[in-house]
Ligand binder design. Structure first.
Ligand code: HEM
Length: 136
């Protein structure tokens, strides 16, 4: 659990960065919800997520990142095939992936700091690389 709950204070435009790692799966919803806030607001990729059924998609994302970071949880789905489907509906390019990864890393850096935070950014980048090789 997060000690004392964590409040991210912002003084004018200078963000105060938190020095707490992604310690357990309980930290993942904050990461994913914040990330998707940025994704949906993005001019470059937001439109791709307009039809997503969030109630079912968010728990799947939490499970996915639990599996990636902590090697636990029920996630066992074909992520690559699902993104092939996304690519058929909304043709993707390297620019889309670049933006996705940029927003993911930005989110991690705003909220977390530590080994798992670094691992999350590295895994996002390497999965994005493999995904592009497999689907573009
Ligand atoms: C251009 C980049 C990307 C776009 C536009 C994108 C878009 C999407 C969309 C629209 C969905 C929902 C699909 C559906 O429910 O029908 C989805 C699901 C998902 N995405 Fe991505 N994605 C991107 C990159 C990535 C990357 C790099 C990762 C992992 C690091 C990732 C992980 C996932 C996962 C785990 C799901 C849930 C799949 C499932 O249902 O099991 N995505 N993505």
């Amino acid at each position: 659990m997060r000690p004392q709950g964590r409040i991210l204070l912002q003084k004018k435009s200078i963000p105060t960065f938190a020095s707490v790692d992604i310690e357990s799966k309980a930290d993942i919803p904050l990461l994913i919800n914040t990330f998707y806030g940025k994704v949906r607001a993005s001019e470059a990729i937001g439109y791709i997520f307009n039809e997503v059924h969030w109630e079912s998609h968010l728990p799947i994302m939490y499970d996915f990142w639990e599996s990636v970071l902590f090697h636990t949880g029920p996630y066992a789905r074909n992520t690559m095939a699902i993104h092939k489907g996304v690519h058929q509906r909304y043709p993707l390019s390297t620019a889309h992936f670049k933006e996705w990864v940029r927003l993911f890393k930005e989110t991690v850096d705003e909220l977390f700091e530590g080994n798992n935070a670094e691992a999350a950014k590295q895994r996002a980048e390497s999965i994005a690389t493999v995904m592009q090789l497999k689907i573009l």
